[in-house]
Design a protein around this ligand. Structure first.
Ligand SMILES: NC(=O)C1=CN([C@@H]2O[C@H](COP(=O)(O)OP(=O)(O)OC[C@H]3O[C@@H](n4cnc5c(N)ncnc54)[C@H](OP(=O)(O)O)[C@@H]3O)[C@@H](O)[C@H]2O)C=CC1
Ligand SMILES: Nc1nc(=O)c2c([nH]1)NC[C@@H]1CN(c3ccc(C(=O)N[C@@H](CCC(=O)O)C(=O)O)cc3)C=[N+]21
Length: 301
């Protein structure tokens, strides 16, 4: 009984490999037809080791996708002005189609000001207020990478978006980066959406009602077996580094060992949402380049 649902992992790494290969094909076509190579600028401020790992992964994947990628490293103590001057320069550089500023920024830099300064059509993170507004209005063009990665995983798992219709999706977490935009995407996919957070009462009972449960909390292994309805699909966005037997390891916001006994499908950490986030960044950079070339209507996801 305990492993009724064994072999129920959703393989984010394999899906991400396929998505990047698909982007690479489309990039090659764009090169031939439009003589343009999409360019991605990744800006990192300071030397947080985790941020360095993620940025390294992004640059590696960009190479695989055939994109031009440039990394800009600014010192921890750089000023708001210096950072903003770099963004302005990238906004005006025709070879740069996508700009990503790795978050969080060291104090006292203003994330909100930087996000607003990035040209909305180069905002491959989808964090600019104009892109947030478009997402909510259902006219989205550049959608935040992690929520988009989660949606693509669910679409593939259910063999199309139609199967999401009417399902109860519970999103744990309400950040601008993950929880809120993801709830919007699920709503547009006709799910019934609940968002729960640190002030929610009886969170366990609410989570147990979910057909699709998504954890984006930042609390290692918070979600346990008794939070999950048997047969539910669980997406674990969390990336938490913990010490276990003296070694550093990555775990999600879900207790994988216990929850995988009751879930019908579950994403692992590592190898789940993380790789899909980066693959979606490549897709967004391609979409941004296309929009800039054609000045056409936004591409729907
Ligand atoms: N796989 C990937 O590509 C990515 C992974 N991540 C990971 O996802 C996780 C979430 O990231 P992010 O959204 O940026 O985090 P934030 O810290 O910005 O948001 C966390 C959310 O969880 C809520 N929360 C915190 N504690 C609890 C609790 N005990 N019970 C219920 N809700 C709680 C908070 O509530 P409140 O609003 O009330 O404070 C908040 O809404 C992190 O582990 C992060 O590393 C993030 C981005 C990309
Ligand atoms: N402007 C901005 N955009 C982001 O998209 C953004 C950000 N800032 N700041 C930090 C978060 C976090 N994030 C991750 C991306 C990939 C992995 C990833 O590839 N994880 C691998 C493991 C990586 C490892 O070994 O550490 C995996 O889950 O398999 C993780 C986390 C993007 N974020």
């Amino acid at each position: 009984m305990s492993d009724r649902y064994h072999e129920n992992r959703i393989d984010g790494k394999a899906m991400a490999d396929r998505l990047v290969a698909d982007v690479a094909k489309q990039v090659a076509t764009l090169k031939q037809t439009e003589h343009v190579i999409p360019g991605l600028a990744v800006v990192i401020v300071g030397d947080d080791p985790a941020s360095k790992v993620y940025v390294g992964n992004k640059i590696k994947r960009a190479k695989e996708a055939g994109l031009n990628s440039i990394k800009y490293e600014l010192p921890e103590n750089c000023t708001q002005d210096e950072l903003e001057q770099l963004i302005e320069r990238l906004n005006n550089d025709a070879d740069v189609h996508g700009i990503l500023v790795q978050l969080p920024l060291p104090k006292p830099l203003s994330e909100a000001r930087v996000i607003e300064l990035i040209s909305a059509e180069k905002d491959v993170d989808g964090f600019h207020p104009q892109n947030v507004g478009r997402l909510v209005a259902g006219q989205h063009s550049l959608v935040p990478c992690t929520p988009l990665g989660c949606l693509i995983m669910l679409r593939e798992h259910f063999h199309g978006e139609a199967a999401l219709s009417g399902k109860h999706a519970v999103v744990i977490g309400r950040s601008n980066i993950v929880g809120k935009p993801l709830a919007q995407l699920l709503l547009q996919a006709n799910c019934t959406v609940s968002i729960v957070h640190s002030r929610t009462r009886d969170i366990e009972t609410l989570c147990r009602q979910a057909d699709i449960l998504i954890a984006a909390v930042g609390r290692p292994q918070l979600v346990e077996k008794n939070w999950v309805k048997p047969g539910a699909v669980v997406i674990d966005v969390g990336i938490n580094a913990i010490e276990s037997d003296g070694a550093r390891k990555l775990v999600g916001d879900v207790d994988f060992a216990s929850v995988s006994q009751v879930a019908s499908a579950i994403t692992p950490v590592p190898g789940g949402v993380g790789p899909m986030t980066i693959a979606c960044l490549m897709q967004n950079t391609l979409n941004a380049a296309r929009m800039q070339i054609q000045h056409s209507d936004p591409i729907r996801t």
